[in-house]
Design a protein around this ligand. Structure first.
Ligand SMILES: *[C@@H]1O[C@H](CO)[C@@H](O)[C@H](O)[C@H]1NC(C)=O
Ligand SMILES: *[C@@H]1O[C@H](CO)[C@@H](O)[C@H](O)[C@H]1NC(C)=O
Ligand SMILES: *[C@@H]1O[C@H](CO)[C@@H](O)[C@H](O)[C@H]1NC(C)=O
Ligand SMILES: *[C@@H]1O[C@H](CO)[C@@H](O)[C@H](O)[C@H]1NC(C)=O
Ligand SMILES: *[C@@H]1O[C@H](CO)[C@@H](O)[C@H](O)[C@H]1NC(C)=O
Ligand SMILES: *[C@@H]1O[C@H](CO)[C@@H](O)[C@H](O)[C@H]1NC(C)=O
Length: 494
């Protein structure tokens, strides 16, 4: 009996030895040291989208415990004409380059990211922070679309380049990864509600879900919506046992670039335009890399119907423009009606800005009913060679897609939307939410470890059992208790 107990003890210690993880120990040491010796931690998040890789820099107090971090955005500095001193994305020869367009070799990837590293280094100098930032890269729809093998190749090249950087902490390969469309929506929701201070660094007990804002994002390749809804498909657990029910959805192909491509490629292209007057131009289709002949001006009604058919709305169409009419009954999208406030990002912001500039209007918030009428007027102006060169073609299509997607797709005819690109210095994109989540996970994984009760977790509502328990297969504290139990028994036996 005694020998058995010794055997068990021996096994346990061997297991402990085997389990010792050098990487883990190193990372833990680094994080502990930082929390003890350094006031400010810097975080870089590279957002690899379908048309560009954006650079985001945040700072926070270095922490030892798992809490929602107090992240502060460090925006791109401006000169005296209020122009950005550096670009906020990776620009090569005046053009934004998406990660999927970079040659698949290490030299090309190194050159590509050196552009971002230089900008970060300049920003550190500007803000006078001489500390090593943590480096994350999150990729979205652009990378989700490429074949799995190519995706892995790209991610591994990024990791190889990042590992060789002395001026950044890149501690784990999982810091470079592709996020899902639903995560993109959820992280944007977290970002915006954090920027609006509905979700805070502390005191989540006073969190009020009814005050949270809904988000709609029309990106380059896909469009996302995320909002509080009892028909949830995601559950977010915030610290202090605050569980939130969120509906988050994404549709590939509903991003602005892809909509323009769909219109240019479909046989309905012609129906987007009147063929009456003399304008003829060529529009470059980025998707097929082909030029498409465009004749005549926009026909608002026909073009709206073409957009409806992209949304698979076939049993409802416009015969003439009627500001009270909408086709949202036929839409398969989850409607956003009844939300307290709706924030629109990316293309929604650009469309609003272009329209308001034309109208000489100020402000961020617009009623969709009015917006659509103004877009109709904007788009009925003849396309001239000059306006064509100023990209009025794509501007107009972007506005029409925003109004059609929001009114006919999401049922927002009688609602208003606030379209912004920044709030409280934070960029209105998913990067902030993603970092909040990652930093909290990092603290739980390395610093708080087994007693971490404040982890932010995201759960698919479909993974919840009837009794409300999550199907979490792995439970650290159970394993530790089990090991303790064996140790106690073994001791008794000796
Ligand atoms: C060691 O720890 C690192 C970081 O936590 C982790 O990614 C890796 O999978 C671990 N390795 C083993 C063998 O457990
Ligand atoms: C890597 O890509 C660059 C283009 O950035 C190209 O000039 C070079 O020949 C490529 N190198 C290899 C080894 O394929
Ligand atoms: C997301 O929206 C699409 C329609 O674009 C729908 O078919 C799908 O079921 C939705 N997903 C969820 C999880 O609701
Ligand atoms: C949209 O149109 C439907 C009829 O198809 C109507 O019942 C509904 O009230 C309209 N929605 C709004 C917000 O006006
Ligand atoms: C592990 O089990 C403990 C006690 O049953 C529970 O409080 C904790 O939430 C569980 N952790 C996870 C990650 O499921
Ligand atoms: C582990 O043991 C502690 C203290 O005995 C107890 O509070 C906790 O619930 C246990 N966890 C599990 C998962 O049984």
């Amino acid at each position: 009996m005694k020998s058995l107990a010794i055997l068990i003890l021996l096994c346990l210690s061997i297991q402990m030895f085997v389990c010792k993880n050098e990487t883990f120990d190193r990372n833990q040491r680094i994080l502990r040291e930082l929390a003890e010796t350094q006031e400010t931690c810097l975080y870089v998040l590279l957002d690899a989208g379908s048309s560009s890789t954006k650079i985001r820099l945040y700072k926070s107090v270095c922490r030892r415990s798992s809490q929602i971090p107090q992240l502060e955005a460090l925006p791109i500095p401006k000169d005296k004409d209020n122009k950005d001193v550096f670009p906020d994305k990776i620009i090569v020869n005046k053009d934004a380059v998406a990660l999927t367009e970079v040659d698949l070799n290490e030299t090309a990837f190194t050159d590509h990211f050196n552009i971002a590293f230089k900008i970060i280094s300049d920003m550190k100098q500007f803000y006078k922070f001489d500390v090593k930032p943590f480096l994350f890269l999150r990729a979205t729809a652009g990378l989700r679309q490429v074949p799995q093998q190519q995706q892995e190749q790209i991610l591994n090249l990024v990791r190889t380049v990042f590992r060789k950087q002395d001026s950044f902490y890149f501690l784990d390969d999982s810091w470079v990864k592709v996020i899902t469309g639903e995560e993109e929506g959820l992280f944007l929701w977290l970002s915006v509600n954090y920027a609006y201070q509905h979700i805070k660094h502390s005191n989540n007990q006073q969190f009020d879900i009814q005050k949270t804002v809904a988000v709609i994002d029309i990106g380059g390749a896909s469009a996302q919506t995320a909002f509080y809804n009892t028909l949830n498909n995601k559950l977010i657990d915030l610290p202090e046992k605050t569980r939130i029910q969120i509906y988050s959805n994404t549709t590939l192909g509903y991003g602005n670039d892809r909509i323009i491509a769909s219109i240019l490629e479909s046989t309905q292209t012609a129906s987007c335009f009147q063929k009456t007057d003399g304008f003829i131009g060529k529009v470059f289709n980025k998707n097929t890399k082909l030029e498409v002949d465009v004749t005549g001006n926009y026909d608002f009604v026909k073009c709206t119907n073409a957009l409806l058919s992209i949304m698979k709305i076939t049993d409802c169409s416009y015969t003439e423009f009627n500001s009270e009419f909408n086709c949202s009954k036929s839409s398969i999208q989850q409607k956003l009606t009844g939300q307290k406030q709706i924030i629109g990002a990316s293309s929604i912001f650009y469309a609003k800005s272009d329209l308001f500039k034309k109208l000489g209007k100020q402000g961020d918030t617009f009623k969709l009913k009015e917006f659509r009428e103004q877009v109709k007027d904007f788009c009925s102006e003849g396309l001239t060679q000059q306006s064509y060169q100023k990209k009025q073609f794509t501007t107009c299509l972007q506005m029409m897609w925003v109004s059609t997607f929001l009114i006919d797709g999401l049922g927002l005819l009688n609602d208003e939307v606030t379209a912004i690109s920044k709030y409280n210095n934070y960029n209105i994109d998913w990067s902030l939410g993603s970092l909040i989540y990652d930093i909290n996970t990092l603290q739980c994984d390395y610093l708080d470890m087994n007693q971490c009760i404040d982890q932010i977790t995201i759960t698919d509502a479909s993974n919840i059992n009837k009794d409300g328990q999550t199907n979490n297969v792995f439970n650290n504290s159970l394993i530790i208790n089990f090991s303790l139990l064996i140790l106690v028994i073994a001791n008794l036996l000796i």
